[in-house]
Design a protein. Sequence first.
Length: 153
Amino acid sequence: MIKEGDKAPDVLGTDQDGRVIRLSDYPGKKIALYFYPKDSTSGCTAQACNLRDNYSALGDAGVQVIGVSVDSEASHRKFIEKNQLPFPLVADTDHKLVEQFGVYGEKSMCGRKYMGTFRTTFIIEPDGTVSSVIGPKVVKTKDHANQIFEVLK
C-alpha cells in the first residue's frame, strides 16, 4: 500500500490508446492520480466531468490529472469520447496498480459484498513522492477539483 511520503511507481500502465503512461512523461508536474470504480457510472461520471471542467485551472496550477480504473482500454475510450475528457485513463485490467496503491478490496452495497476499487486520489510531486492522499470516505465527486486545490495549498 502506498501512502504519503512513499515513492510512486514510474510506470502506471497503458491508457485508452494502449500507450504506456509514466510519471516521468510529465516532468515538473504534480500528478493527481485518481482511482475510481467504473466508467460511465453516475458518481464516476460526475467526478470525471468535474475534473474536466477544471482541467485548465489544474493545469495552470502545475497539475496533470490521470485517472485509473480496472476497466478496459475500449471502455475508457468510450467514456472519454462521451464526456470529452482531456486527460488519460489507465486501464488497470490486471489490478496491478490498484493493488499496489492499496485501493482495491472488499466493498458492500445493499448487503452484497464484492471486490472493487475505493475512490481515492494521490497527489504525486514531480520527484515521484506522494504528498497527499484524498481517501475514499472524503472524495466529493461533484467538487473533487476543489479538494485537489485545497491539498495543494
